[in-house]
Design a protein around this ligand. Sequence first.
Ligand code: FUC
Length: 800
Amino acid sequence: MHFPTFRFFATGVLLLVASGLPASTIWFSEPGDDPIGEGLPVGNGRIGMLVSGDIVKERIPLCEDSVWSGWPNPGAANPAAAEALPRIRELFAEGKDAEAQALTIETQKGVWQPDPTWNTYEAYGTYQMLAFLDLEFEHSIDAMDSYKRSLDLETAVATVSYQSAGITYTRTHFASHPDQVMVIHLHSDTPGALYFQAALTRPDSNARTTTDQNGFFLLQGTMDAPSPIEGLSYHCRLAWKVENGTAEVSGDQVSFKDADAVTLFLAAATNYRGLQSAPEYLGEPPLAHTSEQIRHALSTAYNELQDRHTVDHRALFGGVALEVEGPDRNSIPTDQRIHSMETGDSDPGLVTLLFDFGRYLMIASSRPGALPANLQGLWTTARYDEEKKQFDYYTPWNGDYHTNINVQMNYWPVHVAGLDPCSDPLVDLIRGMAKAGTETARIQHGCRGWTVHTIHNVWGFTAPGWEASWGHFPMAGPWMTRHLWERYAYTMDLDYLKSVYPIICESTRFVLDWLVEDPDSGFLVSGPSESPENRFLLEDGTIAYFCMGPTMDQMIAHDLFQIMECAADALGDPSPLREEAKAAREKLLQPRIGKDGRILEWSKPYQEPDPGHRHISHLYGMHPGFQFGRDHQPEFMKAAEQTILHRLAHGGAHTGWSRAWVAMFQARLNNGAEALRHLQLLLAKSTLPNLFGTHPPFQIDSNFGACAAVAEMLLQSHQINADGTFDIRILPALPPSWPNGQFRGLKARGGFSVDVEWKNHQVTSLTLHAPNIDAKTTLHVGDNAIPVSLKAGRSLSLQP
Ligand code: FUC
């Protein structure tokens, strides 16, 4: 890209760009049937709901992020694994691959005993919906007119409005972070016209709804745990305020009559004490706390609650804005716009809406003090099982924290989108993992340090899953460690780095112990290990999963050691661990390119029974790692491209998250056209009508992955230099079909915030800010490389 000469303006104030951007709204012209696919998600990071907007029977799933069945299972780490490890490695060294596979499958799994009194699967548990809020109205669907259901991403307010018999009814929903309550305000434009009933239920469970001392509803119950242990206890409160009407409680229902408006307040909590509270995860139910939250909400004017909520949300959401020129399609319902993508429509506004939705979801599902966004963020529901004639509360894949791509992808956009505080729950998760994973590293692998495998829950589960084939992935822990580093790389906050440095060191110690010298080559290899969830064929055609030195493991080890070195340098730590990590990094088996030009996924060019596999793990070195890039080892970029083409030619990228990862890879390959094509395919093939991503079923990772991929097309800062600075690239993968646009507030590693405007594919204005620290970078705009140093609080504007 040609880039004209720039003039520099240093300013002491942050440049404020007038927004002038269209409102980001997801909207429907009809009520939804399926809360997961059509509901509007509202959340405050910890509690949330899905709004389908039915005008007769509205059923709202309510969620609280710690509502988990199960219990910690300290016995899941398997000592037989460590005992068998030397023999497995010997078998591989002797070329007895089939025997090595068999012994790995037999021993390298967690202890999942089929004992009804202590069943690990039962103990592992599942994330579940908290309760249903049922609202019943006396409207007739036939008399309904002017229906609209919308979610304004800028204010985080979901609204349902319609006319019935000439009266306009409005319901406004939000989940307040500052006040820790969910609020639903129902209003009619004709005095006294509001009639409805409300109930709080959790059918087919031990939950009971009673009234509290103020006459409001209190639902309480306990979750399943392995007998004789008592599971987590949860509760939810529903209170109300009526304007000019009556509220009458009868059993577990409240009837509102003759009202102008009714405001419902929901508070919820469990006795879960937090990710780092092992082994005593449960405490006293915080009933007084929620009672106080309700009392406070009732004594606050509705407008004040909504204003406080909106100000709080905007402080995060409003930090970034993105606009790409294109036709204004906001007057078309979002589900129809998604549907049009299936016929090959391009809709730049829908892609930017997807970007905004990712930022919105992060704020709504991951706030300080809450649990991290799980496989469904925060939103799940119970479904009626026709066969069993009861509600099923299972969330797919237990709604847990899968650590072989999923929870990592959830947090890809958190820093570039300026949402640093939303990564607090992830840091807490990793702290908890490190604590529980120390025993796992010792018992399962005979190593120092800590690790986690493929799956993780709120009970500190860090052992492998119940089958080694997918469950034995010891490098998941070091992959999580990369996220501790990312927060520092963006913020350059040394106090924060100091606080997580011991976890980085312990992660490094684990990998130093886990790696072993390959007897033939002398290189350090990880193994036995897998390339997440993929498999290959041995020479005799049998299916195999494990080898010594699968490429992803080698790349993660490289990444971790580099992070260890950088962290030690940043903190000036003279510990010998830095040198050990450096020496080990230099001795690692390196990624290799096969005869067909692709990166080898395993240590040998095995036959692949599933060449379109959804995981593309062996490109970790390009993303999320930065082992190779356009300026270092570029031959791997070419091989990465071939690798992706091969996967896609065999049906790859068929899950939402897999497609989002491909879009991200294409952005790193500086191929904007392909990155955008995959985002459009994601919208066409792996997106539900409410813009939630789908595997299928619903999985939120692709929402976050897509959000990060859009940012990566516009701004990159992953190239790290020997002095600890990161280069910044402007518009590195701008799609040809996006000639004009602007963004404001995207963050770059090294402590920068960036605003850019472009016209006819050329940057027309660019401002770098260093809001918090003295920051240094080399800025790449087209073919220009411009060294920049900014004092904390200063900005630099460049104009042609
Ligand atoms: C990983 C993936 C699956 C699914 C699961 C939740 O294990 O391989 O496709 O996304 O996580």
